[in-house]
Ligand binder design. Sequence first.
Ligand code: AKG
Ligand code: FE2
Length: 289
Amino acid sequence: MSIRHTTDLPSLPASSSTDEIVSELNRAGGVILRNFLTAEQVDNFNKDIDDELERLAPGSKYDDEFIAAFHGNNTKRLTGLPMLSATFRNDILDHDVIHNVSEAIYREDAGDYWLTTGQVIDIGPGNPAQLLHRDLENGPIWVKLGPAGPMVMINFIIALCDFTEEIGATRVIPGSQDWPDYEDRGSDDMTIPVIMNAGDCFLFSCKVVHGGGANTTTDKRRRALTVPVQPAYLLVEEPYHLTVDLDVVKTMAPRAQKMLGFRSLFPKGSPGLMQVNYEELGDYLRLDA
Ligand SMILES: O=C(O)CCC(=O)C(=O)O
Ligand SMILES: [Fe+2]
């Protein structure tokens, strides 16, 4: 029998110190960061992706029942964002809070980190709540290890519209990162909605139970941008090397280039990944030329 969530969801200004943010993340499993993006950044990003999102059909491209339900029958998931959005490339992939928190979480245990995927999740009217899960379920071993396992992902879900319960705000069970058995995913009645204004961000651990909420409106879509970050020693979801043009990469900040795997990565204890003839990938690619 699961315990109910033991804490409310903390909320801090995004300008809070990294220590404060990480301490709330660890305590509750997730924390709202208010004013993570400015209204102008939200507006710019939305404009960057509006047309492509409009063209994208809702629903999963897979027949597998579990995968299709996870993706959502009236949900659009737009990726390939580095080629679509200068706001994503420059403002989000080089965001100080994303890097400061990732450094604090990963530097000591994992060394480097990179981007899992950058994904717009646009939940349409009538879409039911997503299956409750922990993001570490990308790897079955992490479920077995439970709370003692390493942090293998942190996720920044940025609200691109106001998040209300009705529109399908993300749902979470604060405290579930500490449950002893990760086969226990709780139940919908244990969750609370992550209510946010556009531009706020929900930062949460791969160990906390959560899922997209049901959109019970008849005419509104819930638009979010998810920016999960993971240790550099683990395979990512999106193959950016195949989809992002080098000319575009060259215009980006070094931290943003590394997020996409265009600079060498140095997991703790490793002499390096993503190299050519043991040359730093950024040098090989002449990113600074
Ligand atoms: O859309 C959301 O609010 C959450 C999505 C999510 O948890 C996921 O796709 O892993
Ligand atoms: Fe998730």
